[in-house]
Design a protein around this ligand. Structure first.
Ligand code: NAD
Length: 353
């Protein structure tokens, strides 16, 4: 029986994961499929309970599971801990590394009912349908870091190996082949040696994919183009930090970061999580939008288990509830009625049946 390790984590993670599980269980029972879901502690919650952001039991369960469903981690309560003990550096990054989840996939497609929820003009966002592939286990976030005293300074080293670049760029070309066959590689090759290296390897990989049109773009220009004319993009492939920043920016094309799902993959195995964080400002208030997590669960069914029909059913149910006018606070205009986290999950369940 397929096994899912469920990691609610901190803040709104504790509220959005139950909604995604509710939806998953309904859709799986409709298809007479049986999965096991087992919860484990991670992040600040795990620090409070076990003294460690990534307890051994949690890591082992994630290694043995077919897929991992994660809420979000972190929060002000743990921000004063030494950097490597905090939820992000102590749990999220090592978990990605241990599971070898080198590719983060974030689809961004505008749902017509949310056209007016974007902070950008409707004519700019109406045809947006793009995927950002972010390298997830290399680069600046994983390089050597430290401080010196004479002079007082701090450093983070940005290193990419050929193998690390090649595998994410290959996936970029393959993803583009299944879509509009356009790949844009984002770098900063005018300044960074690591980017010039990235570009050379990308050009080399491109020889294997003559059917895909490859372009290169500097990251500063990419940030501008994403808000100026986003429909020009099909698939974007980029390194870890550039991808981190660009995906948050791109989330606003879809109306709210609360709508953006993501998958972090190593082959078929994946960790599925919303693109946002633990939102401490709204945690515990039934205000969080659970749709990004519900859509991440749909990605899990599609990418890890090949359950395309079930994934599509969830995606259609999400579109239906938005068409019906359900809006969490992050999506609602001042005149619109606001739906809570639980009620949004319930509405998706109703739309499924
Ligand atoms: P955040 O994404 O948690 O919140 C940014 C803003 O978006 C907040 O105003 C928040 O209320 C809103 N928001 C986020 N998700 C929402 C949702 N589902 N529904 C409605 N509104 C939503 O980012 P932040 O404030 O920079 O970080 C908060 C904590 O989360 C920090 O500890 C950070 O390190 C952590 N974080 C974790 C992850 C992760 O677990 N993958 C990712 C990013 C940040």
């Amino acid at each position: 029986m397929p096994r899912i390790a469920v990691l609610p984590g901190d803040g709104i993670g504790q509220e959005i994961i139950p909604e995604a599980l509710k939806v998953l269980k309904v859709v799986l029972s409709q298809s007479q499929k049986e999965f096991t879901f087992q919860e484990y502690a991670i992040g600040g919650t795990a620090i409070d309970k076990f003294g460690k952001a990534l307890p051994e039991d949690t890591l082992k369960a994630c290694q043995e599971a077919d897929a991992v469903l994660l809420g979000a981690i972190g929060g002000p309560k743990w921000d004063t801990l030494p950097a490597m003990e905090r939820p992000e550096l102590g749990a999220l990054l090592p978990l990605r590394k241990e599971l070898n989840l080198f590719a983060n996939i974030r689809p961004i497609k505008i749902i017509p009912a949310l056209l007016s929820a974007s902070t950008l003009k409707e004519e700019i966002v109406k045809n947006v349908d793009l995927v950002v592939l972010r390298e997830l286990t290399g680069g600046l976030y994983f390089g050597e870091k430290g401080r010196t005293t004479e002079p007082a300074a701090a450093y983070d080293v940005l290193v990419y190996t050929e193998e690390e670049v090649r595998r994410i760029v290959e996936l970029g070309f393959q993803t583009a082949q299944g879509r509009k066959k356009k790949l844009c590689s984002v770098d900063k090759a005018n300044v960074l040696e690591s980017s010039r290296f990235w570009r050379e390897i990308t050009e080399d990989v491109a020889k294997k994919y003559p059917d895909v049109e490859l372009t290169h773009m500097y990251v500063d220009n990419a940030a501008m183009q994403l808000v100026r004319y986003p429909e020009q993009f099909d698939v974007i492939v980029t390194e870890n930090m550039f991808g981190d920043i660009l995906t948050d920016l791109a989330s606003m094309l879809a109306g709210s970061i609360g709508m953006l799902s993501s998958a972090s993959m190593a082959g078929k195995k994946g960790m599925y999580e919303p693109a946002h964080g633990s939102a401490p400002d709204i945690a515990g208030q039934n205000k969080a939008n659970p749709l990004a997590t519900i859509l991440s669960a749909a990605m899990m069914l599609r990418y890890t288990f090949g359950l395309n029909e079930e994934a599509t059913r969830i995606e259609k149910a999400v579109i239906k509830v938005l068409d019906q006018g359900y809006r969490t606070a992050d999506l609602a205009k001042s005149t619109e009625k606001v739906t809570g986290t639980k009620e949004m999950g319930d509405a998706v369940v109703t739309a499924l049946s």
